[in-house]
Design a protein around this ligand. Sequence first.
Ligand code: DGY
Length: 321
Amino acid sequence: MARPTILITRKWPDQAQARAADSYEVRLNEDDRLMTTDELVRAAQGCDALLPTVTDRLDAAAINALPASIKIIATASVGYDHIDIAAAQARGIAVTNTPDVLTEATAEIAILLMLGAARGAPVAERMLRQGDWKSWSPTGMLGIEVSGKRMAILGMGRIGKSVARKARAFGMEIHYHNRRALDPGEAEGAIFHETADSLFKVADVLSINCASTPETRGLVNADRLALLPDDAVLVNTARGDIVDDETLIAGLKTGRPAAAGLDVFNNEPNFHRGYLELGNVFLLPHLGSATLSTRTAMAERALDNLDAFFKGNRPGDLVTA
Ligand code: DGY
């Protein structure tokens, strides 16, 4: 039987690409050039499967333009808000994602953002680089201490739970809001809030860890930011569209929140330039999963799903609308 042909839309670590080439006919993107949707659809001609990622927007129009030969879209990402799942299902195209493998790396970035934003790390580092550090100062560059404070987690899934575990090492009290309360064993003492409003009121640090869904988009709005305690730090490692940028920028100007650490943005990479004018934000370019081991594991998990599918089995990470 002919080997299935896979379009791998971005360049992945060598180990993963070599494994793909062992099992499949592969169309690689060695230059790692971003493809437009039209280019992606053209490149998919004659392919049996796509291995895209978060930078590939596969909306209903793109899905409907894919050749009939495409049977599965195995995205190398845990998030799948870039894919219209209902449109794929309507065409009988299976969709899989890559949970678990990026949990720890992403939670590490949440902790980095929390500390960096709370202590003003980006401004301080810039001061050194620019040669502007004149002296240690008893009252200069005073930040916010997070140890022993309340960590409020919006979305207590895999990554939220990992952030909670790491925050406990700082003696933080864990609060969370989720669609449902966790079983006590899973919650490990974390305090459940029925509503997002209730969570925001106790959020000394607010860590956004929920998926982007119609329910969560724009959830961080002006009314909720107004509920934050003094000196609150907001951290987003989930998706930019959970936050309304204009509102957050206005909030950061008036101290609610006092600081923010952001790894994800609306309309990446063309993020709202208003953030650049603020000294109390720590900005990273969507680095949550950016370690060699994690990126390799993501691509390999997508390949696991393809392997299962082409052997006639149900892939482990099938997602449905
Ligand atoms: C994902 O996999 O959804 C992440 O955003 C990539 O870092």
